[in-house]
Ligand binder design. Sequence first.
Ligand SMILES: Nc1ncnc2c1ncn2[C@@H]1O[C@H](COP(=O)(O)OP(=O)(O)OP(=O)(O)O)[C@@H](O)[C@H]1O
Length: 766
Amino acid sequence: MAIDKKRKRSDGQGKRPKAPGASSKRQKSNAGKRVTSVNSLAWKSVEVPEMFDDAEGFYGLEEVEGVDIVREGDTVKFVAAAATESDDGEEFGGFDDAPEVNAEDSSAAEPAAAVTSKESKAQKKAPKAEGKDAQKQDDLKKDAQKSDSKAQKKEKKEKAAKAKPAKGDPELEANVFAQAADLAEVEAEDNDIDMSQWVSLDLSSQMLSSIARLKFAKPTAIQARAIPQVMNGHDVIGKAATGSGKTLAFGIPIVESWLAKRAETAEKKGPIALILSPTRELAHQISDHLKLLCAGLTTGPYICSVTGGLAVQKQQRQLEKADIVIGTPGRMWELMSSSNSVLAALRGINFLVVDEADRLLKDGHFKEAEEILKALDRTAPGEENDDSDDETPRHQRQTLVFSATFNKALQQKLAGKARFNLLGDAESLEYLLKKLNFREERPKYVDTNPVSQMAENLKEGLIQCGDLEKDLYLYAVLMLQPTRRALVFTNSINTVRRLTPFLQTLNLPAFALHSDMEQKARLRSIERFKAANPTNPQTSSSSSSSILVATDVAARGLDIPNIDLVIHYHVPRSADDYVHRSGRTARANLSGISVLLCGPKEAVPTQRLIAKVHAAAAVNTSRSKLASAGVGVHTIDIDRRLVSHLRPRVVLSKKITETSIAKERGAREDDWMKNAAEELGVEYDADELEAAGSWKGRGSGKKAREKEARAVGKSEVKQWRWELKELLGRRVNTGVSEKYLGGVDVDGLLRGARGEFLGQVEGLGL
Ligand SMILES: Nc1ncnc2c1ncn2[C@@H]1O[C@H](COP(=O)(O)OP(=O)(O)OP(=O)(O)O)[C@@H](O)[C@H]1O
């Protein structure tokens, strides 16, 4: 949370005794002020640069105006103007927690006149930050309406900007935006879409109209099957392939329930739903998807995301007025365990959603997720549930659990093909599901595709290469997809740190994403990755392609449009990870390619992984049929001439990158040693320390290489850069511009014209 510097200064002045004859203006303004609490001040988002517009809520930076901080003894008070006062002619923004800015509160419960005056006052203020939020909402909408022309998009953007919403919390603006939207346009859009396939789901007309805005003409399989179950009050465990619309499978019934409740009473009774997500990015994305859905409603629920890496105070304030909360377990538990009111409010939820359940209920998340579940079931503060919890009281909330991957044995049990014993092994998902304390004895299990977890239009390929050739093959595959959005997965943060500059040095637009990055930087990477426009063939390749190099933090749930290619630089640690990573492409019925780079040491785990992922499909189909049907992983033979052509570039880029990393690390280590020596009061001699610390054990080779790299002179690096530049300036005889590579129609192969990706395909063989 940041306080406006200008105001900080005036706060300082406020502490000093007033000079005789101090401005009467100031006295006048002070007369209309009142002491208030920090949470009820009109905080607003600090403006962020244009390119980060979509990063609403990302930075958590907020400022407040018209507030004096007055110190009395040990106490600090916030003195703000009363809502009707003006200060130096500047209209004071009021108290942002007040209901006036909340679209939903501005309806039935409020007297009409009051609402009007508040709205007009809010419109006068219409801050830029909120305008940006409207823009974001609009952008999200556009994502869903990919078919819209550029001109239409621009027009909508302008309309959204004109319909500047009320001032206040930027999150609120998502709801206010719904009110400000051009309803005539919505109706016109609705009319374009035949919504008959949604009718059997018995949704309200408001909801149908909102879905029509998104241009979703029919429900996906998981939506068609899960929505009625949820709307009939059942607990649901839903399994469906990646990118098949699971978010709205739980999102639509939750928003429907909110609409029904609101039709009964406008009185706010705390949140109706808590959605738990394993990663921060996914939590923000779910929030975006739901806001997008609600953008078509005249009045929508207040949706907030509660994740780590962002300002806690802001999230606390948002939680107090939230209708739908999406959170990561760590931050959620932090807030729940420190506030009885938050806890009490969340105990009243009607829906608990566990998205990506198999990941969320294991790994590092389990402890906090378990605490949250226990706390939700507690009947009074301080009352613990018994761990053996057969006695756990049944509650009113519905529990909805979704993922593309559930453990096979569990799937069979859920499908009623084996005994469903919830008291199983404490490590199993089965046991963890028990912790969810379903309302029903047996939740409804909806599995839209028991045979495969992979998206239908996904092509899977495998490239065998030497351990030390992965960088080369990575570059080759990326070069063969020059105007694409590609996601490269690695198993380690260090590899992300190395590969990103390696690709950048080769003039490729690569961005890094891993959990060791600051949240702000994580979100910036995603924004930049999304900013490229691969669908526009007119743009230059640098602005039409982008590459995200990531750890598995990006594997789950991320829904970034137009990712055509996923590359597994390292073979994933589990079959489920492979499914989720590959599922970042070929979403919502689009097609995509997933390529595994497999070194000799990875051959065995890869074979196991493939067998596991495609086991069910393989049972009923012969190998040759599998290959011809495009099922399974195809071996890809990239033309060796192309690879050898690219090798010199890769060698140079590696040398440049490794030298720069080694120098940086060296400088950091030197600084550390110098500081340590200074604290100990000894003299720092780098050579002496180096000699004393040298050893011949494990890792000594790497150390020696690093030392060598650190010793490389500037002129040598300059020479390498020059050579690389020269090489990069030469055309490679492949790619989109030159359609033929030694008689092979690469472009055609890339488009799948011959039913294959590249080179020879030999079924599942490795
Ligand atoms: N009925 C629909 N028709 C067309 N597109 C849809 C429909 N419902 C959702 N989508 C779009 O499909 C994409 C994937 O949806 P979503 O992110 O919910 O998938 P998911 O099943 O949760 O995937 P994952 O398992 O990877 O998390 C989104 O861009 C979403 O807007």
